[in-house]
Structures are given as structure tokens and as C-alpha cells.
Design a protein around this ligand. Structure first.
Ligand code: S3P
Length: 746
């Protein structure tokens, strides 16, 4: 159903009464009437003209002349009167016989309403469900009523302890039918949230515009007003009477948020007064980043994605071949570490080639939350004003890490040793991933960490613990676990050493050394001792071999292809994908090999070749751990059987990559049998079909590559997370010759 399209539904209530026929009340009445959810919609408004118009415009079926007449026989009464008129209205209602009618309202402050209703009725009526739709329009009055006003807007219901659950469910149902995204919140929390996000900004806008206008009597300020001031005047153009009501009604919460803001404003004043540019830069970069971060990551995840059931669909059309020179974005692992170590260093670290994907941005945001001033990213350039090993500050709230397991696991090690408490949370996929693999060894070192059931996020890490170094034999080959413990080891008493069962990426060890921190590496053991410091460095992030891998496989399987991938990181702990593809017969040539900032890089030329199935050597598994989804596509296009063993770790990545890939491949007609620790794939022809990425970026991109050899289009669901590691994937894929695009909503 497209927006605005209305489908008649079966009535769920007999009579709806809407008291107050302004924009909000009128829109509620009109929307539900249009849907046919009530047998009758009755309106009441003290203004006879509004009543007349409401009937004429089809907002209601009929209007009553008095409140009493309106409410007779009502099943639901929606109170959409101005906030300060509510007390009087509730008094009148308390005198009426309302039967078992459900009462609800739309006011933007809830504490005041609940207190009022409690006083007037003697107790908060069980069938009164306070509500607040966060929607509006520049227009007002019944003539502006719009049945689609609440579509894709939040409506917050604030039930109290005794609220009748059936009444709550009914009100919820009505709003949901109008297309709203309904949430439940407690009254005080609602008022605090709204005071901060809506009321305070309005107070500031009214106050600032008035203050400036008063001072500049010739109104010069308006004549020369640039964008900033103009934006404030837009908000100050809101309805003065309504806002006067809101501030009087939500007094306590507004005062609390205003006091916090005043102290922050004083701090800014002091910074200006003292010429403290560092503080100013910190505030401004954090504010700018907050806008981007919240609009891009949180808003999409918390709002738009919910409304769209999280489904960004890629439509990958069959055929095509790849040519040209391509540079894929910066390495994700190195980008994360550049922010972490840059923040802990003394001095200013400059980073180039930084991956501007959501995962790495989440790490930047985490350190900004902990008081580090970070400029950028701007075309891959980031400037990190390091605070030293002991300079992090307590974050103001939980640190949200989106989809990024690397951020969460590495940060856990670092935070275990800080003097403050912290909580790490993430999106639905990250919330399913195992964290005991880091929490348990950290606890052995003296950390105090709580997790949700079965060691899942969120993780709460208690500050002020003394850590003691230890030796740890890692049960699984994980660079994240190794890095986590080494970072904790920077603070632990004595020596911390980690032995890995198989080689894993060593970016942490290399970068620590690049920052002048001594690391001892002997065979499969890496160790650090506390007591040293990190000194700022210049970091050039190579292109990510894990992103390049999609094009390596794509060029290998698509006839006539010849691509060169530039400046790709070829750290030997990451090149398993090249070794495996070469064993399968791929034509891959490395040239222009050089070392950049402690990491080897090369240009990689890949030409199409007939691949053959192989038994993948187990020793290569950790060295290609992120590349298996696309290697499975290579296997599906190869001649013969490919067998993977010893890769159970794939089951706990952003998705269960063994199962999800097997399901998708089977849908495309490929014989793919999952095993507990791997998969067996028979190469052969591949058809099209619908596959699901399960929010896993690498699955989405792998099936995009598969289309090169499919005989029909592949529709890939749930692709939004491609932005976590490869934000310009579609553009680059198109430039190279692939035929993948976002499917337009129908
Ligand atoms: C990473 C390590 C690997 C890898 C992940 C990034 C890192 O995870 O899969 O994408 O940056 O340290 P594990 O340590 O869980 O194998």
C-alpha cells in the first residue's frame, strides 16, 4: 500500500467522539472515518463554525451541540483540546456518565495532564490512556485536517500503573491504523524527552529572536540575517499561545533541561573568554557529528527502518563483465584502530583514507562521547586530538555501536580499565553476537562486566577496577579478542600476553608499534606491558582487501573481465582470499608492492578465469574469514566441488554466514550443503530468485556478485547494512560493469 492510500477496514468500535476539532483532533477523526474503523465519528468543539466546517468537510459524521450530548454512548473519547483548556474539560467530563468509554488525549505534556485527571476524578481513571502524536503542520484548524497526517510519525502513549490493558490496546490499534509508529513510555520520561528535543529548542528560538530584535531597534539584524538566524526565526514563528500552554504545563522538565543547557552555555562562554579553541572545536565537531550520526544512523535504524520493516532491496540483473581501475574504500579494521589509538595517544594524529562507513563512524562517535575532539571525516581525512591513555571522560549515556562487533569487542578491553562506568549497545544483529569471548578473559584480569542473557550485548562495564596482566590461550582464532586483551593490557599491572591458535590479523600489534608502544611478538604470542605511552602518528589506511574481494571474485567469474584494484592492503594475515582464489585457478597478479605506514599494499589485477572446486586448506580460514560469503559464490561458479571445514566462526558473524549463504545459494538452484563448521558447494549453473541478506553487508554484496553468472535477476532483501563497510558499493559496482541497483519502492 502506498502512502496516502486508504483501505476500508472492519469497524472496531461503534462510536468515536473527538473533542476539539483543530488540526490534530480533526486529522484523527478524518483519518479513522476514512478507514471505516468506527461506525460513527461524532465531533464536538465549542466553536460553532468549526463544528459546521467539520461536517461540511467530511471530518466527522455529525457534530453535537454540547459535550454531554457528544459523549453519550461513546466508546472512545479523544480529547484534542488545547493543553490549558484540559483541566476545565476534565472537570466537565467528571460530571458526566461515561459508561466504559475509553478516554485518551493528544497533549504534548503528560505529567500535568495525569495530575489534573487524578485530582478531578479522584484517581487516574483506568480507561484513560494519555497519548501524544508527534506530528504537526504549519497550518492549523479544522480546515487543515488531514487523515494521513500521522502516517510514519511517532505517537507516544504514556500509560500509568493502573491503566486498563484493553483500553491501551484499543488506543494503540487506532493510532496504528492511521499509520503511526506507536511507542509506550512512562509519563516522566516522556516529559523529559520532549522538554529536551522540542520544548527547549522552541524556548531558545523564541528567546533569541526576541532578544536580538529588541536590541536592534532599526531591525538591521533582520536585514542582514544569514541562514543561522533565519532558521531560528522559523521556529520562533510557531503558535505563541500553544507554546505558552506547553511551557506552563511541562514546567519541571523544561526547567531541568534548561538548567543543564545553561551550564553548558556558561562553559562555552568561558571557552570564548579564555580563548580555549580546543573546547570550542570539541563542542562544534561533536554537534556537527551528532547531526550526521543521528540523522544517518539512529534515525534510520530507529525510525525509518522500523517503518519500512528494514528492507532495502538490491536488484541484481544477470550478466555483465568488469573492467577498469577501482579503488575500494579504506580498511575497516585499520580505520577502527586509527581512531582508538589516535584517541589514546599524546598529540594529534592525522588519518588518511579512513573508511566513512557506519561501523567506523560508530567508533568515532564513541570516542567523541568520551570527550575526544575528532575532526572529520572529510574525504577520508580525520584529525584526532589525542587525550593520552588516561584522558578519556565518562560518556553521557550508553555508547551505541550500531552493527559493529569490532568496536564493541575492542572497546570492552579499553573500557574495562577506565575510572568510569560505561554501557555498550548495538543494533539487532550486534545484540545477538557473543560477548563472553571478551568478557570472560577480561573478568579474569579483574574487570567487572555485566551482559544480557548468554553473554549478549548490551555490556555494562564497571569503572575503577584494577586490572592485572595475564597470559591467555585463545580458544578461537579471533583478532578482536586478541586486540581487546592487548588494549586492556595497556592498563593492566605487569604483562598481558595472548597466544592464538592460528594467525589472525595483526593490525593492533602493528599500529601500537607505529604509535611507539612496545609490543613483543614471538611466534603466535603477542604481549604488552603497561607503563608506556602512545605518541601521535600519521596513518594512511589502505583500501580494504575485504571489500576488494567482491571485485576479485566478480572479475574472476565474469567472462571478459579485467580489473585493477588499487592500493589494497595485503597484510599477510589478510590475504587468504588471494591464496584461495589462486588455488581455484584465478588469474590474480600483484604489482607495485610497497609499504605504507607499517602495512604492505599493492595494486591487484584480476582477469576472468575458469575456476575449479577445491578443498580449502584449514590454515587459510582465519586469513580469509570475512571473505567466505563471496568465496562461496566463486565456488558456485567453479567446476566441481568445494569443501570448507574448520570455519564455525562464520556462524557468529553479522549473520550465521554458513546458513544464510546456503539458503540463498539453494534458492538460486546451487547445491550447497551446510555442515556444522563449513559448507560443501557443487559448482554449476545458477538461476535467479529472492534471497535474504539478513542485515549482513557481506551477504548482500556477495549475492550482487552472483548475478554476473545468474540466468535471471536476483532480488536481495535487507541490504541497508552495506553502508556499514562499503557505502559506495553500488556506484563502484556500476562503474565496473555490474548491474545492481536499489529497487525502487512500488
Ligand atoms: C576483525 C576481526 C575479525 C573480522 C572482523 C574484523 C578485526 O573478527 O571478522 O570483521 O578488525 O579485528 P573475529 O576476531 O571475530 O574473527
Amino acid at each position: 500500500m502506498t502512502q496516502g492510500e486508504r483501505v476500508q477496514q472492519k469497524p472496531v468500535i461503534d462510536r468515536l467522539v473527538v473533542v476539539g476539532l483543530g488540526l490534530i483532533g480533526g486529522s484523527f477523526a478524518k483519518g479513522l472515518r476514512g478507514l471505516g474503523l468506527c461506525n460513527e465519528v461524532v465531533g464536538y468543539d465549542p466553536n460553532p463554525e468549526s463544528r459546521r466546517l467539520a461536517v461540511e468537510l467530511g471530518v466527522v459524521d455529525r457534530c453535537a451541540e454540547t459535550l454531554e450530548e457528544a459523549c453519550r454512548g461513546a466508546n472512545v473519547i479523544q480529547l484534542a483540546a488545547p493543553i490549558l483548556a484540559m483541566e476545565r474539560l476534565l472537570e466537565q467530563l467528571s460530571q458526566l456518565e461515561l459508561g466504559d468509554a475509553v478516554l485518551t488525549d493528544v497533549g504534548s505534556a503528560k505529567g500535568n495532564l495525569v495530575r489534573c485527571a487524578t485530582r478531578v476524578f479522584g484517581a487516574m481513571p483506568a480507561r484513560f490512556v494519555p497519548g501524544h502524536p508527534i506530528a504537526g503542520s504549519e497550518r492549523s484548524g479544522v480546515t487543515a485536517a488531514d487523515g494521513t497526517l500521522f502516517q510514519r510519525h511517532k505517537v507516544i502513549l504514556t500509560p500509568v500503573a493502573g491503566t486498563d490493558t484493553q483500553a491501551l490496546a484499543l488506543v494503540n490499534r487506532l493510532w496504528t491504523a492511521l499509520g503511526a509508529d506507536v511507542e509506550h513510555m512512562d509519563v516522566a520520561h516522556h516529559d523529559e524527552v520532549l522538554a529536551a528535543t522540542s520544548h527547549l529548542p522552541h524556548l531558545l528560538a523564541f528567546g533569541l529572536v526576541d532578544s536580538l530584535a529588541k536590541r536592534h531597534e532599526n531591525l538591521e539584524i533582520f536585514r542582514y540575517a544569514a541562514g543561522g538566524f533565519r532558521d531560528f526565526t522559523r521556529i520562533a514563528g510557531s503558535d505563541p499561545v500553544m507554546w505558552h500552554d506547553i511551557f506552563l504545563a511541562n514546567r519541571e522538565a523544561v526547567l531541568a533541561t534548561l538548567d543543564d543547557f545553561r551550564s553548558d552555555l556558561d562553559a562555552l562562554r568561558t571557552a570564548v573568554d579564555e580563548g580555549d579553541g580546543h573546547t570550542l572545536l570539541g563542542v562544534f565537531t561533536r554537534a556537527r557529528a551528532a547531526r550526521e550520526h543521528f540523522s544517518k544512523i539512529l534515525a534510520r535504524r530507529a525510525y525509518v527502518d522500523v517503518m519500512h520493516s528494514n528492507d532495502l532491496i538490491f536488484l541484481a540483473n544477470p550478466g555483465g563483465s568488469l573492467t577498469g581501475q577501482l579503488r575500494v574504500p579504506g580498511d575497516k579494521s585499520i580505520s577502527h584502530r586509527s581512531i582508538m589509538l589516535g584517541s589514546l595517544a599524546e598529540g594529534t594524529t592525522e588519518v588518511e583514507g579512513f573508511l566513512e562507513g557506519e561501523d567506523a563512524l560508530a567508533t568515532i562517535q564513541a570516542f567523541r562521547d568520551m570527550g575526544v575532539v575528532i575532526e572529520g571525516p572529510n574525504q577520508g581525512r580525520v584529525t584526532v586530538h589525542g587525550v593520552g591513555l588516561h584522558g578519556l571522560q565518562a560518556p553521557p549515556g550508553p555508547i551505541y555501536l550500531g552493527n559493529s562487533g569490532t568496536s564493541m569487542r575492542l572497546l570492552a578491553g579499553l573500557l574495562a580499565a577506565q575510572p568510569f562506568d560505561s554501557t555498550l549497545s548495538g543494533d539487532a544483529s550486534l545484540t545477538k553476537r557473543p560477548m563472553n569471548r571478551v568478557a570472560n578473559p577480561l573478568r579474569e584480569m579483574g574487570a567487572v562486566i555485566e551482559t544480557a542473557a548468554e553473554g549478549r550485548p548490551p555490556m555494562t562495564i564497571r569503572g575503577g577496577q584494577k586490572l592485572t596482566g595475564m597470559h591467555y590461550d585463545m580458544p578461537m582464532a579471533s583478532a578482536q579478542v586478541k586486540s581487546c586483551l592487548l588494549l586492556a593490557g595497556l592498563y593492566a599491572e605487569g604483562k598481558t600476553s595472548v597466544t592464538e591458535p592460528a594467525p589472525t590479523r595483526d593490525h593492533t600489534e602493528r599500529m601500537l608499534q607505529g604509535f611507539g608502544y612496545p609490543v613483543q611478538v614471538q611466534g603466535s604470542t603477542a604481549a604488552v606491558e603497561s607503563g608506556h605511552k602512545l605518541s601521535a602518528a600519521h596513518i594512511e589506511v589502505p583500501a580494504d582487501i575485504s571489500s576488494a574481494a567482491f571485485f576479485m571474485v566478480a572479475a574472476s567469474i565474469a567472462e571478459g573481465s579485467d580489473v585493477t584494484l588499487e592500493h589494497v592492503g595485503i597484510n599477510p594475515t589478510r590475504t587468504g582470499v588471494i591464496d584461495i582464489l589462486r588455488l581455484m585457478g584465478a588469474d590474480i597478479e600483484l604489482f607495485n608492492q610497497r609499504e605504507v605506514g607499517g602495512e604492505p599494499v599493492a595494486d591487484i589485477r584480476v582477469r576472468a578465469a575458469q575456476l575449479k572446486g577445491i578443498e580449502i586448506p584449514e590454515a587459510l580460514v582465519p586469513l580469509a574469514i570475512d571473505e567466505f560469503p563471496v568465496l562461496f559464490i566463486a565456488a558456485a561458479c567453479a567446476e566441481g566441488r568445494t569443501v570448507l571445514r574448520g570455519a564455525e566462526e562464520l556462524r557468529v558473524k553479522e549473520s550465521d554466514r554458513i546458513q544464510v549463504m546456503a539458503d540463498g545459494l539453494q534458492t538460486l538452484g546451487v547445491k550447497a550443503e551446510p555442515t556444522p563448521d563449513g559448507i560443501v558447494i557443487e559448482g554449476g549453473p545458477m538461476g535467479g530468485g529472492e534471497v535474504w541478506a539478513h542485515g549482513d553487508h557481506r551477504i548482500a554484496m556477495s549475492f550482487s556478485v552472483a548475478a554476473l553468472r545468474a540466468t535471471a535477476p536476483i532480488r536481495i532483501h535487507d541490504c541497508a547494512n552495506v553502508a556499514t563497510s562499503f557505502p559506495n558499493f553500488l556506484a563502484l559496482a556500476e562503474r565496473a560493469g555490474m548491474r545492481v541497483a536499489v529497487e525502487e519502492a512500488s
